[in-house]
Design a protein around this ligand. Sequence first.
Ligand code: CA
Length: 459
Amino acid sequence: MLTRRAFLASSLALSAQPSRPNLIVILADDMGYGDIGCYGSPDVPTPHIDSLAKNGTRFTDAYVSCAVCSPSRVALLTGRYQHRFGHEFNSGPIEREAEVNFGLTATAKIIPQYLKSEGYRSMAVGKWHLGVRPGYHPQERGFDEFFGFLTGGNAFITQQTPTGRAIGAGGDGGRIPAKRADPIRRGNEPVEESRYLTDAFGDEAVKFIDRNKANPFFLYLAPNAIHTPLHALEKYIDRVAGIKNEKHRFLAAMTVALDDNVGAVLAKLKEVNLDKRTMVVFLSDNGCPVVTGAGANGPLNGEKATYYEGGIRVPFIIQWLGRVPAGKVYRKPVVSRDVLPTFLAASNIQVTAKFDGVNLLPFLSNNATPHEALFWRAGKARAVRKGKWKLLEFGDLLANLFDLESDLGERNDLSAKHPEVVKDLRADWKKWSDEMAQPAWPPRFREITVNGARLNWEL
Ligand code: CA
């Protein structure tokens, strides 16, 4: 039995604890549905990411809002369709980001801005890709701290990085740069950074948690792993030395590095006794670009930049010990736009803002369906997921209807067999699309062949 003094002391300790849960998003870059252990990779060891699935809920039908980096991040951070802000297409190329009218529009309110008044400290670590001009920096958009880079891609190593190795993939020549084209910044100050970038981002995330263990925090850890270029350290390559295909071995080494750093974040939470007070969401910003020959989308068709499942269905896991079911596999469609409403509900923060996502927490323990339908649009490419049906169209060049329950790999076009379903889904899509704004800047183009169709995708 507790003495009165001990009881008072424990009550005081409890009342001194922050009342809001900490919130962490770990956003992998270009990680495909088949790239990690808990989503079926046979040869990439990811024990720490897998532990999130073991201790939390893993989603089989989780989508991102776009098949390329920047628009996908807008939807994740705003809880809304990126089209509402005209952010239909990616930026770039990198050298043009400063000259085109590109970036997260000023009216878009993002996660840290909802949390600030509730006492949360926030930090963005890693790749930003939401604008490089003045006014677009993470610390001008609600984050208290930033360590990372502003554009859409970067070298993981420089010639100053010990034991770094590079291999060419996806048009990159396998060169190790003397310095990065886009500097790493602490705040807005460029800094010399010779650490392997994934390790640097993991270290900074761990230090942020340590600095903020006495107050609620939001950590947006968005490393550019496992996006190209294929850069790895010897120590990570050694751990996947049994993989024969060299490009896949490099990507696996980059994934092992990411997994180690996820492990470091989880270990820090445990060390400072915050593991039960922290919701961790892990996801990827889009599917794997299989064109590089390094990664995989498992059983899914298509790849990054396309609206086949391989472009938009991604690993997605939520861990919140004692609050989100552990070891559960959730099979109804969800989307990255759900993260912000889920965070606000977890933190018991009431807002009047309207979201296109929903709070997922009640759905994890009832039979209701979070979304009647999900929609995609990038120029001529359009898609709808409704129940088991997926309609994918590209201008008047392509109209495919797939039954994802019986045909996860999107091989059997059923549009001729079920014209009434095509008609209904087209009507749903048009109603949605009519609500959206027009693109604020033009697309780039990439020719991609899927199911024998050579299409000039706009991205
Ligand atoms: Ca990406």
